[in-house]
Each structure stands twice: as C-alpha cells, then as structure tokens.
Design a protein around this ligand. Structure first.
Ligand SMILES: *Cc1c(COP(=O)(O)O)cnc(C)c1O
Length: 239
C-alpha cells in the first residue's frame, strides 16, 4: 500500500513541476509528455503509475521491455519507449512493441531497425541521440555530424526520424546543463530548416530527474524521469 501512495505522490509532484516549468517558459503543458522510466523496477510499481494515469514508459534493456510489455498485469495500450543503447541483435525483441526508439546513433543500427521494421510492415519513429557535452562515456553523435547523419538515414523506409535526444551530464546543479539543452534545440531548428525528405524535427527528448525542469524551459517535448517517480535504482552487484 505504501508504494501506491509514494508513486502517486511522486507523480503529482513531477506533474506539478512540469506545469510550473511550462508556465515559466510560456508553453502549453500539452507540448510536454512525461515518460516514466521504469528500468529495473518491478511491475507492481508500474501498475501504481498506470493507476495514477501514466501511459508512457521508458526502458533501456530490450528483454526487460519485452517482459513488461507482455506482463498481463499491465494494460495492452501502454506506450513503450526504448531509451537505452540498443544492440542490433536485440532489435527483434522490441521492434513490434515500441512507440519510439530514442537512441539511434549509428547508420548500422538505423539500417538494422529499418530492415526489421520493413519485414513486419512497420515504420518505427526514432530519435537521433546527440552527445552534446562530448562526454567520452556517452553514446551519441557529435552535434556537427548530426545533419549529415540524418541525411544518410533519411532514405531508410522502415524508420521515421522524429527529432533529437540527448543525455546531459550528471550534475547536482541543473543550470549547468542548460547550454546543452539549448544547443540541442538550436540544432533541431537548424536541421528542420533544411527540409530533408522523410525527416521531422518535432520531438526533443531531454531532461531527467535532476534537470527536466530546465530541459522544459529549453524546449523539451519528452522528459524521461525515473528516480523522481520510482525512487533510487538498486543494481544487483552481480549485474
Ligand atoms: C535511466 C535513464 C533516465 C532516467 O534517469 P533518472 O535520473 O532516474 O530520472 C533517463 N534517460 C535515460 C536514457 C536513462 O537511461
């Protein structure tokens, strides 16, 4: 019972913060979708989030996404977002289950997703991951190579590029990430201006528990919040 209360309350607070950030930025709250990042969390907690009205969930491991997708305790109509680094041999687990793949960062991956999608007569909405801070530990394209990358993958029939995604550096001061969020939005506007066939730049996936309010002020349309809803993640030492 306690978990029901916690998650409901956490979600209320997150939605309140989202609304306030929208107000500060003179944006409508309809422009921002909360993705509840449920990786490592048990289905019971996702049920609590569903009861509280959530529909969009984010996972970073294909097998875990598949298992939760197929779990009978959860409704069929949830929207699943693949937000983590994706290996090509895992695409088949999730291709028919995802609303969007946020983490496309190589031509080989984009081609493999497209190929698998075409086999099943699907067109998968994807985002291109950009490493705005140039962190070596992170996946994603350098901002300056993003446009030519997008031109290259724009010919693929099984995917539809919908925008950009970034994972900002870990920080205790969200203001330090504002330039990265602003930079991603500028890059997105830049690329939108090139009117590349088959390419849409309507989605900006940026902002996590520590910095989603700043991300919304800078134009995020999808925020990915885990800890702020479900609490800290406890990773098993053995992995
Ligand atoms: C885990 C994860 C999140 C959520 O992070 P929190 O700090 O727990 O909100 C968001 N985006 C990606 C890509 C993640 O892997």
């Amino acid at each position: 019972m306690t978990s029901v209360l916690n998650i409901e309350e956490n979600l209320k607070e997150v939605h309140h913060n989202i609304a306030q950030a929208c107000q500060r930025a003179h944006r409508s709250i309809d422009e921002v979708t909360l993705i509840s990042v449920s990786k490592t969390k048990p289905v019971e907690l996702l049920c609590d989030a569903v009861s509280a009205g959530e529909r969009n969930f984010g996972e970073n491991k294909p097998q875990e996404l598949k298992a939760k997708y197929e779990d009978e305790r959860l409704p069929q109509d949830l929207k699943w977002h693949m937000i983590g680094h994706l290996q090509r041999n895992k695409i088949r687990y999730i291709i028919d289950k995802v609303t969007m793949i946020h983490s496309v960062d190589s031509v080989r991956l984009a081609e493999a997703i497209s190929e698998e999608a075409i086999k099943r007569e699907l067109v998968i909405p994807v985002l291109v991951e950009v490493n705005m801070a140039g962190e070596e530990s992170k996946f994603g394209l350098a901002p300056e190579e993003t446009e030519s990358f997008i031109r290259q993958i724009s010919v693929l029939k099984g995917i539809a590029v919908k925008g950009l995604m970034t994972i900002a550096p870990y920080t205790t001061d969200p203001e330090t990430n504002r330039p990265y969020f602003r930079g991603l939005r500028e890059l997105s506007i830049d690329i939108a201006g090139k009117s590349i066939d088959n390419i849409d730049m309507c989605a900006l996936s940026m902002g996590m528990t520590g910095d989603y309010e700043v991300a919304i002020e800078e134009g995020a349309t999808l925020v990915r919040v885990g800890t702020g809803i479900f609490g800290e993640r406890h990773y098993n030492v053995e992995g």
